[in-house]
Design a protein around this ligand. Structure first.
Ligand SMILES: [Zn+2]
Length: 84
């Protein structure tokens, strides 16, 4: 039996993408846009998720940050709906 080396079979986790990000930076695309103007992003290369911090810098989207975003969104929507 000779192992056939067909490219890298089905490796979905390509480490090369991370190198691309290190050299060229992440390629962000918006995955979620909140009413409160908070946005969530995903890198097209490494599939990591990001959001913007208070200073407008990209920061990795953790579960904690995600729940803060959602809490803030709920707060914002409720507050906003009082005026309409
Ligand atoms: Zn990336």
């Amino acid at each position: 039996m000779k192992p056939t080396n067909l490219k890298t079979e089905k490796s979905t986790n390509k480490p090369f993408n991370h190198i691309t990000c290190r050299i060229f930076g992440h390629k962000y695309r918006i995955t979620k846009r909140y009413e409160s103007n908070i946005k969530e992003f995903e890198c097209a290369h490494c599939k990591k998720q990001y959001t913007l911090d208070a200073y407008g810098n990209y920061t990795p989207l953790t579960d904690k940050l995600k729940s803060i975003n959602e809490m803030y969104e709920n707060f914002y929507v409720k507050k906003f709906s009082h005026f309409s």
